[in-house]
Write a protein that binds this ligand. Structure first.
Ligand code: AMP
Ligand code: GLY
Length: 433
């Protein structure tokens, strides 16, 4: 088959690595890709959001199957455009990607179908939103209030406000000052949920949800889960927080009702459904959906996947997951993100990265995110999150030690990483539970 992967992050490097290993894969392209992806696929200089360019390329190159990594082209309708051109693709249509594209849509869907989530209100009028903030504050004295831009805001659209004044300011910023552009023309104001966060991933073929292995990321920039939120500084799999009992509840109470509701609404969902959850005293509640693989969670999932990924993606698109099964290596995997100094704030691009030669093995992979080759062939940093050092081990502690040993060999003074990725799972291993 002739395959095109869309995207340029660590997730797409991991997807290309897994797809290139499939006997079904003939020629593999990636648009736009990065310096690491170039080892697996032919990179073409078309941006992930250039829908016209991607469809034209897929037509010209007689691509059989397109795998879309990031959310923006999904929400913009890339899968619909490809389908109109007669090209099969992995990922939801725009009508289904609304599960990531509109937080308000998801909240209404949950309310209508009894899916557990935080109490909320949807607003375009700042005065009405602020009145709701005050009413919620008096009901739930002292608790933070969460204000979210409705649309895609590159992970920056959520404010956990510690006071009524801060919540009102967040409402004003989004609705009156356009802080999130069109994505913030509507806001969701919601109740703060207490508990431990967890993620759940499934392949969904319109009707059937096939759970993937569990994985957990680390959203905060610095050790001890401190500092600002990021796209994710590392991940591990399996995630002990997601016990089989909890997974069964999430599937039955949250994911399956969503899949059924989307089908009934004429928006059948096909692709990866990624549920961000809060495990509260009352049980799991939905925080948000993503319409794609997590990044960097995808990197640990593909490391642990024993089955061929490509037929699973195709079965998802073809609606035949019911008879499908996936096998996983029991060994845990850890991925540590190396980011440019300054990330998630401002950072320099163009510094040289050395020492990657000879690091990749079957059970240790350095997946690239923001990297490119200079004209002289040197490897350069070209983004905030730059490398994902990913290892399997017989325990989380061993996988973690192997990833950090590899990092010691990487010569990139302008980069940094967290030193504690997987700490919760390592603690649980030590405690024997
Ligand atoms: P989101 O972009 O919706 O994933 O939100 C970013 C982060 O904000 C989440 O990972 C949570 O840590 C936090 N968050 C969002 N909504 C809530 C909520 N209702 N209660 C508590 N924390 C929340
Ligand atoms: N790692 C979080 C995300 O992909 O959204």
């Amino acid at each position: 088959m002739r395959i095109l992967v869309v995207g340029s992050g660590g997730r797409e490097h991991a997807l290309c690595w897994a797809i290139a290993a499939s006997p079904l894969c003939g020629t593999l392209y990636c648009a736009p890709g990065n310096a690491g992806i170039a080892q697996e696929a032919e990179c073409v200089a078309i941006g992930a959001e250039d829908l016209e360019g991607l469809v034209a390329f897929a037509r010209e190159q007689a691509i059989d199957y397109v795998v879309v990594g990031p959310e923006a082209p999904l929400v913009a309708g890339l899968v619909d455009r490809l389908s109109e051109a007669g090209i099969k693709a992995f990922g939801p249509t725009a009508a289904a990607a609304v599960l990531e594209g509109s937080k308000g849509f998801v909240k209404d869907l949950c309310a209508e179908h009894g899916i557990p989530t935080a109490a909320y209100g949807r607003f375009t009028d700042p005065e009405a939103a602020k009145a709701f903030v005050r009413a919620m504050a008096s009901e739930r004295e002292g608790a933070p209030i969460v204000v979210k831009a409705d649309g895609l805001a590159a992970g920056k659209g959520v404010v956990i406000a510690e006071s009524v004044a801060a919540a009102e300011a967040a409402v004003e910023a989004a609705l009156s000052e356009g802080a999130f552009g069109a994505a913030g023309a509507e806001v969701v104001v919601e109740e703060f949920l207490e508990g431990e966060e967890a993620s759940f991933f499934a392949l969904v073929d319109g009707e059937t949800a096939l759970p993937l292995a569990t994985a957990q990321d680390h959203k905060r920039a610095f050790d001890g889960d401190s500092g600002p939120n990021t796209g994710g500084m590392g991940a591990y799999s399996p995630a002990p927080v997601m016990t089989p009992e909890l997974e069964a509840r999430v599937l039955a109470e949250i994911v399956e009702p969503t899949v059924a509701a989307m089908k009934a609404a004429g928006r059948p969902y096909k692709g990866v459904l990624y549920a961000g959850l809060m495990i509260t005293a009352e049980g799991p509640k939905l925080i948000e959906y993503n319409a794609r693989f997590g990044d960097p969670e995808c990197q640990v999932l593909v490391m642990r996947l024993m089955s061929d990924l490509l037929p699973a993606l195709i079965a998802t698109s073809d609606g035949v997951l019911k008879s499908f099964d996936l096998r996983w290596y029991p060994e845990p995997a850890v991925t540590v993100v190396m980011a440019a100094e300054g990330y998630p704030g401002s950072y320099e691009k163009g510094s040289e990265i050395k020492g990657l030669e000879g690091l990749d093995e079957d059970d240790l992979m350095v997946f690239h995110a923001g990297t490119k080759r200079g004209e002289d062939g040197r490897l350069l940093a070209a983004g905030g999150r730059v490398l994902n050092v990913t290892a399997l081990g017989t325990s989380v502690a061993e996988a973690q030690a192997r990833a950090y040993a590899a990092i010691e060999r990487i010569d990139w003074p302008e980069g940094f990483c967290r030193r504690d990725i997987g700490w919760r799972a390592v603690e649980r291993e030590r405690g024997g539970s």
